[in-house]
Design a protein around this ligand. Structure first.
Ligand code: CA
Length: 418
């Protein structure tokens, strides 16, 4: 978790997740052995030891003791696996309904309820202290590490040092490595117990080390900020991170809605928020029959177009995306949490028979839209908000229902230049 991107914390859990991960983290992989050492490919080990030694003054300036530093790097060698991870290519895409079905499965919902029952007072207290929806805390916990069961097995110091050594993403991982040393220096976790994703996200809700330093909270009062073993600390730290990222207390992330018959959809419905009252006036209602919030605003979110489930989402939905920029991820967190904490049903009315576009087809769609002057974002084969917005604009301009959903028919139409 980082405010820009967390390039990793995703290698665990389901197949859907693994794939999504590689989709999400396809950063311009400026991976090069290189900037500092012209020939480390031949023998990274010597250069690696020199690199580690070069960090000592920086660590000392941050208050890291000599003993912490030596213990952190004892026996640590360069790990080529994490560099390989940065180059992994996405070969296919997962339809959002398959992603949601895996992320918020009946099994995971049931296990979440059992887990939460045991710690409900702490969850409630963390939620009230930071003003963050308890369902979202549980959703993040469930998706990030399957409620603590799958926090990753990579040695964080080794992974970060390897990524920093090859200067993947410039100095980002070096700085995270220094933050990890600060975390170790505090003593809540031992060096070899500091494990996580290949890119160094760690703890039960997968914080990058710099976020452990900035946002972790000792909520159970034992004197340690423990994101590995203390659930009170995990809930409070996650709530603190989300609150610091802009979560507005008292505002839901959103909810499933029912659109009235004959609802006339405009591109602006999804592009810009409007008051709940304005949606109510157009006959939009919550799917669960409860009233809208008295105040606040939201925008329409139709992840699979008008024939799939419809949602209103608020600014808090976007705050979930500070954890992971994927819209599908944010929706999965929200739906899993609501199912566990509020017994809400997971909407399932997806247009499954459509099939979903392959990565190559999405790329063709992006290329076609771009050639027509629309802005579909990067030509990367992934369906994201920029692509949905470009599709809606195309649909609106061409007299089609602007629901932002691209199926094969739409792709064919655009590919033929119409
Ligand atoms: Ca603690």
């Amino acid at each position: 978790m980082s405010r820009e991107i967390d390039p990793a914390k995703r290698e665990s859990l389901s197949v859907a997740r693994v794939v999504l991960t590689s989709l999400l983290f396809f950063l311009p992989a400026c991976v090069a052995f290189g900037a500092s050492d012209p020939t480390p490919k031949a023998s990274p080990s010597r250069g690696f030891a020199e690199f580690v030694a070069s960090l000592r003054p920086m660590a000392e300036a941050l208050g890291v003791s000599r003993k912490t530093f030596d213990r952190a790097f004892a026996g640590v060698a360069f790990d080529p696996r994490v560099v390989a991870e940065t180059k992994r290519q996405a070969e296919f895409t997962v339809p959002i309904w398959d992603y949601i079905a895996a992320a918020a499965s009946p099994d995971r919902i049931a296990r979440g309820r059992a887990k939460v029952a045991a710690v409900a007072p702490w969850l409630d207290r963390a939620s009230r202290t930071y003003g963050v929806d308890p369902g979202v805390l549980v959703g993040v916990w469930g998706l990030e590490t399957d409620y603590g069961a799958a926090g990753g097995t990579f040695d964080v110091v080794r992974s970060l040092a390897s990524l920093a050594f090859v200067r993947y993403r410039d100095t980002f991982f070096r700085d995270e490595l220094l933050a990890a040393l600060v975390v170790l220096n505090a003593g809540a976790v031992a060096p070899r117990a500091l494990v996580g994703s290949w890119a160094g996200a760690t703890g039960q809700t997968q914080f990058m080390p710099s976020n452990v330093v900035s946002f972790a909270v000792d909520f159970d009062g034992d004197g340690r900020r423990d994101l590995w073993k203390s659930l009170p600390d995990v809930f409070a730290s996650t709530a603190n991170f989300l609150a610091s990222s802009g979560w507005k207390a008292g505002l839901p992330w959103g909810f499933a809605i029912a659109l009235p018959k004959g609802f006339v959809l405009a591109d602006a419905d999804s592009a810009r928020p409007a008051p709940f009252a304005a949606f109510a006036a157009r006959g939009v209602a919550r799917a669960d029959g409860r009233p809208f919030p008295a105040e606040g605003e939201a925008r329409l979110f139709l992840p699979a177009g008008l024939r799939g489930p419809a949602f209103l989402v608020t600014a808090n939905f976007d705050v979930i995306k500070t954890y992971n920029a994927s819209t599908a991820y944010a929706l999965a967190v929200a739906l899993l949490g609501d199912a566990v904490v509020n017994s809400a049903p997971v909407p399932d009315s997806w247009p499954r028979t459509d099939g979903a576009l392959s990565a190559a087809q999405v790329r063709a769609l992006q290329t076609g839209l771009k050639a027509m002057g629309y802005d579909p974002g990067a030509i990367d084969g992934m369906i994201g908000d920029a692509l949905r917005a470009a599709v809606r604009k195309y649909q609106e301009k061409n007299g089609l229902t602007p629901d932002g959903y691209a199926d094969v028919a739409l792709l064919n139409r655009i590919a033929s230049g119409r």
